[in-house]
Design a protein around this ligand. Structure first.
Ligand code: SF4
Length: 308
């Protein structure tokens, strides 16, 4: 890493001062982590992991709206494309997603819950351990700085993620990289296991959310979960700007962050490109203009947000 980076200072866990949270929950079959696995499996049995609350008994082979049954790992590798202080990140892409964003850039794995292979939790844990920790200040080519659970989305895979943590012996920080459209109960189960919540705050109102990703009560659910995540760990918010959604989505998101999570680090991203079903939607078929991005950055600056 070259030069100072505000996100590095912000994420205390990356400075090696604290032990990753999940390791504190271990200790025998009645450990808190084992209880969390059991709680997550109960949520999966009448699925209430995300706010669609399908109620499907996935443990008996009945898929819900997301189609996820047994976790399939689409890919897992050392990723250098995340925010700079998070790199190198051992990123695990899990197949399937609870949302159906028309513009999804990972639609090949998010819309197909079978797009991957079954990897037993202990096997994945050994592969992560084999990479080792990148010492603070060492060249980024040696080891990893965190494990990054993403997809699709990790929400439908919560029981699997916790089972990997049960097996994992390496003291490596954990990153929950998610759309955060999860239930209060699922987020509670996650408490104490994740060090960083790398979130997507996509829409600034329910109408856009319903139209573009099919999620009812989006704003209430996702803002509630951001506040809770900030109590459970460190939060880095990503907001992918959408073309023509400056007034309805971007500015309300920034205003809300300024008022409710002024301590959060925020990445206001302008790299939207029409993918997946957005190609067929004229209003979504262009990129975000430099003027739209400039207005967003100026407002974020006025609000005093930590921009990364
Ligand atoms: S995670 Fe999937 S099965 Fe569970 S409630 Fe959400 S959409 Fe339904």
């Amino acid at each position: 890493m070259s030069g100072p980076d505000p996100l590095h200072d912000y994420l205390s866990i990356l400075q090696g001062k604290a032990r990753p949270r999940f390791q504190e929950l271990k200790g025998g079959p009645t450990s808190e982590l084992s209880l969390k696995v059991a709680q997550a499996e109960r949520l999966e049995a009448g699925c209430a992991l995300c706010e669609h609350r399908c109620g499907a008994n996935r443990r008996e082979g009945r898929p819900g709206r997301c189609g996820v049954l047994r976790t399939k790992v689409a890919s897992h590798f050392i990723h250098y494309g995340e925010e700079r202080p998070l790199v190198p990140s051992y990123t695990v892409f899990l197949a399937g997603c609870n949302l159906r964003c028309v513009f999804c850039q990972n639609w090949d794995i998010s819309t197909d819950a079978e797009a991957g292979e079954v990897i037993e939790p202990g096997v994945l844990a050994r592969m992560i351990e084999a990479r080792g920790i990148a010492p603070i200040g060492a060249p980024a080519c040696r080891g990893i700085r965190n494990v990054n659970w993403v997809g699709g989305d990790p929400i439908p895979h919560l029981p699997y993620v916790l089972r990997v943590l049960q097996e994992l012996e390496l003291d490596v920080p954990q990153v929950w990289n998610s759309n955060m459209y999860m239930t209060r109960e699922a987020l509670e189960v996650l408490a104490g296991t994740m060090d960083v919540y790398l979130t997507d705050l996509k829409f600034g109102n329910d109408r856009c959310a319903r139209e573009l990703c099919g999620a009812p009560r989006y704003w209430e659910v996702v803002t509630r979960n951001h506040l809770q995540a900030a109590r459970q760990g460190e939060v880095v918010v990503r907001h992918l700007m959408l073309p023509g959604h400056l007034e309805c989505c971007t500015l309300p998101v920034l205003e809300w962050l300024g008022e409710h999570l002024p301590q959060a680090a925020v990445n206001v991203m302008d790299q939207y490109r029409p993918e997946h079903r957005a190609r067929q939607m004229p209003a979504m078929a262009r990129g975000v203009s430099p003027a739209e991005h400039r207005v967003a950055l100026e407002r974020a600056g006025e609000l005093g947000l930590l921009l990364i």
